[in-house]
Design a protein around this ligand. Structure first.
Ligand SMILES: Nc1ncnc2c1ncn2[C@@H]1O[C@H](COP(=O)(O)OP(=O)(O)OP(=O)(O)O)[C@@H](O)[C@H]1O
Length: 289
């Protein structure tokens, strides 16, 4: 599903002395099957923006188009229910919402609510437990006996059980150790590549942006200040510093090399693989000092 924001604005508590405009004149498009990262300094409006994707918030002004559906301030909550099935929303610390006695019961909760028979719901739960690589010996355990990373997989499987077309991820690796973080990010990449899920990722981790995203949107004080491919967005380290953003580790290292005379003909590399390739080419060609 393609998603388009058109001149969207959002104000918290409008018409009161506490009114605060968190988004202003936001316009950009997320292509179907893309992997879009939304980045920006703390308080720039990232969470407010993505809450428009499943109708948790409605625009104060302007529109969001998601697939064939147009959402405005006048859209009814009943119409938003349809959207909530198509857009899976992985909140920060989604495991906080687990509540059932067993892992499979937790995953099948949504399909049962959406009218699938107990047999169908169990089948969906098994498929999703496999999709997130939960070992079979935990399926009948209480989710609360599992490790933090496994609990998060249960919560994600429960969201995937609704068969969403878009997956919205709000800092999905928060609180996980480096290995758990890598596993969860690889899981989303697999879902994106194998099932064609459109992914919208909010993150402060620029390495994840470089490794996974094909589109980056930069927010600042509620407006879009950057919209392009990662290589374009990360091309100018000074611009990133001015907007309180970091560089991916690899790009930061490449920038140091560039300042010492290395020439990267295709722009600063983003991933270790790209950097290794470009360094190997240069060293073989001997065209850098
Ligand atoms: N319920 C609310 N009522 C009033 N203002 C709010 C509310 N929620 C958020 N805000 C304000 O809106 C602005 C944008 O907040 P938001 O949480 O969308 O930013 P963010 O980019 O996601 O930040 P972070 O990176 O810290 O999660 C902030 O100034 C915040 O204080």
């Amino acid at each position: 599903m393609q998603i388009t924001f058109e001149k969207l604005g959002f104000t918290y508590q409008p018409g009161t002395p506490l009114a605060f405009t968190a988004l202003k004149d936001v316009s950009f498009t997320i292509a179907e099957h893309s992997y879009t990262a939304i980045v920006g300094h703390t308080g720039s409006g990232k969470s407010t923006l993505i809450q428009h994707l499943n109708g948790l918030l409605k625009p104060t002004i302007g529109t969001v188009r998601i697939g064939g559906q147009v959402i405005t301030s006048a859209t009814s909550n009943k119409d938003l229910n349809k959207l909530r099935r198509k857009v899976g929303y992985v909140f920060q610390f989604p495991e906080a919402q687990l509540f059932e006695e067993t892992v499979l019961k937790d995953i099948e909760f949504a399909p049962l609510n959406f009218g699938y028979s107990p047999e169908e719901a169990r089948q969906i739960a098994i498929e999703q437990a496999q999709a997130v690589q939960l070992p079979t010996d935990v399926w009948e355990k209480s989710p609360f006996e599992l490790s933090g990373g496994q609990m998060r997989r249960v919560a994600i499987a429960g969201i995937l059980a609704m068969k969403p077309e878009v997956l919205v991820l709000d800092e999905p690796t928060a609180g996980l150790d480096p290995q758990g973080s890598r596993e969860i990010m690889s899981l989303f990449q697999r879902l994106h590549q194998e099932q064609g899920l459109t992914i919208v990722l909010v993150t402060h981790n620029m390495n994840d942006v470089a490794d996974y995203a094909d589109h980056v949107v930069v927010l600042e004080k509620g407006t879009v200040v950057g919209d392009g491919q990662p290589r374009e967005i990360f091309a100018d380290p000074q611009w990133l510093t001015d907007h309180h953003l970091g560089l991916p580790q690899t790009t930061a290292f490449a920038y140091q090399l560039q300042q010492r005379g290395f020439v990267f003909t295709e722009g600063l590399p983003l991933t270790e693989k790209q950097l290794a390739h470009e360094l190997a080419m240069m060293l073989k060609g001997g065209n850098n000092q």
